[in-house]
Write a protein that binds this ligand. Structure first.
Ligand SMILES: [Zn+2]
Length: 96
């Protein structure tokens, strides 16, 4: 599971960094309005990626301290199938 988390972390880190790289000056671009629109959509994606990245980092930290895979609400083990779908899940299905 840690390898999947590491892969996910790489993916999201790449997204966040790529968005910083495209932060070029487009003030004088005739298509500036389009780019601004696309950027606002990209910003939303980047915000989501940043949040996901934080969740993934937290999951990696839990792996480190041995609490990974335990529901933070009820303390029971989160089913493997759920962790398969959502490796950074903090809670079991019942606790949502
Ligand atoms: Zn629970």
């Amino acid at each position: 599971m840690s390898r999947r988390l590491a892969t996910l972390r790489g993916d999201y880190t790449g997204m966040v960094e790529a968005s910083r790289d495209t932060n070029a000056d487009d003030e004088h671009d005739p298509e500036g309005a389009t780019i601004a629109f696309e950027r606002s959509q990209l910003d939303t994606l980047v915000q989501q990626a940043t949040r996901r990245l934080a969740e993934i980092e937290a999951a990696l930290a839990r792996l480190g301290d041995g609490t990974y895979g335990l529901c933070e609400a009820c303390g029971r083990a989160i089913p493997a199938e759920r962790l398969e779908v959502r490796p950074d899940a903090r809670r079991c299905v019942a606790c949502g």
